[in-house]
Design a protein around this ligand. Structure first.
Ligand code: UT7
Length: 318
């Protein structure tokens, strides 16, 4: 016994920031961002927290699934940008939608949604739960250094959610963690302890772009290959890949190395930028609603980022 998706939902804030708007903030231009990253616009929150966006995505997923909040046994939110450490974003979602179940956050950066699905799956396998709500939600605009052109043009805000019920759709998964704080790092607020003698840093995203790029391509190719080989599948057996939307060039390169047509990757980076843990579930919702995923289709979700952590899973759309 694993799980299957009963419904999906996504939410992005209304405010759209274009590349041209960003070029008034830092020394950049639409051409560089479009060619090097593949982003045209990103949605930026003016007054909604990560938990608020998670709540909106959750409501849409519950409606899509035809599931009531009272039926939920577990809520997980994958996030690195929740405004509060306590209560967790998951606890706030639980209150906001009127559920009464266990709820906690998962921190695995851009691979977070996949780590959360694996966690939920463990509960399904032990038959402890019958329905779960798994969300990826980020207000990365809170963690971006808006004067650093190499990072501020990449990220965006948003949330994606999925309602899970008992089923056998989660076929396989792979997870790799290589602890490293030199390539990608988001420090937390250091506090004001009179005893603290360590560093006090701004809690902003620090990224070695090229090293992250290499890690991203290598991880995605390795993880997808492994799932295909282990399950005796060819690339033709996979209807689509739902990848983390970090950079369209990462996806292009991975597609080429894997021998999978680029068109088979679900892509929406142009519209939303990189929304970290929210990016895979937002793309999943898009694939579901646009009918890209059809009953019986085998598909792979792939995520990679801070940790360094990467993950992929093989599922069937039921
Ligand atoms: O979600 C977690 C995982 N994240 C990722 O996977 C991100 C992976 N990395 C990337 O997507 C890319 O490395 C970036 C988009 C971050 C950067 O692209 P790049 O092609 O690796 O550029 P670069 O860092 O090598 O910089 C090339 C040039 C530099 O100028 P010089 O030194 O050649 O004169 C940068 O200063 O581009 C310059 N540059 C910019 N120019 C215009 C950097 N940012 C900008 C900018 N606008 N926004």
């Amino acid at each position: 016994m694993s799980f299957r998706f009963l419904g999906t939902g996504a939410y992005v804030p209304e405010t759209i920031v274009t590349n041209d708007a960003l070029s008034k903030l830092v020394d950049t231009d639409d051409e560089w961002i479009t060619q090097r990253v593949g982003v045209k616009r990103r949605h930026i929150s003016k007054n909604q927290t990560a938990a608020d966006m998670a709540t909106e995505a959750a409501k849409r997923a519950l409606e899509n699934a035809g599931v009531l909040p009272a039926e939920l046994d577990l809520i997980l939110v994958a996030t690195v940008s929740s405004e509060t450490a306590a209560p967790s974003a998951a606890c706030l979602v639980q209150r906001n939608i009127g559920a009464a179940c266990m709820a906690f956050d998962i921190s695995a950066a851009c691979a977070g949604f996949l780590f959360a699905l694996e966690t939920a799956n463990a509960y399904f396998m032990t038959r402890k739960i019958k329905k779960a709500l798994v969300i990826g939600a980020e207000r990365l605009s809170r963690l971006v250094n808006w004067s650093d052109r190499s990072t501020c043009v990449i990220f965006g805000d948003g949330a994606g959610a999925a309602v899970l019920g008992e089923g056998n759709a989660y076929l396989d998964s792979t997870f790799t963690v290589t602890g490293d704080d030199t390539v990608l790092r988001i420090p937390n607020y250091a506090g004001k302890s009179p005893y603290w003698e360590g560093k006090s840093e701004d809690p902003f995203i620090e990224m070695q772009g090229q090293a992250t790029f290499k890690f991203a391509v290598q991880s995605m190719v390795r993880d997808i290959k492994l799932l295909l080989e282990r399950n005796h599948l060819s690339t033709e057996d996979i209807a689509c890949i739902v990848p983390h939307q970090a950079n369209s060039r990462i996806i292009e390169l991975a597609a080429r190395k894997l021998g999978i047509p680029y068109e088979r990757f679900v892509l929406n980076i142009t519209e939303y930028g990189n929304t970290s843990a929210a990016s895979v579930p937002i793309a999943l919702d898009e694939a579901a609603r646009k009918g890209i995923l059809q009953k019986g289709d085998k598909f792979i979700m792939a995520g990679f980022g801070g940790g360094l952590a990467s993950a992929a899973n093989l599922m069937i759309w039921e």
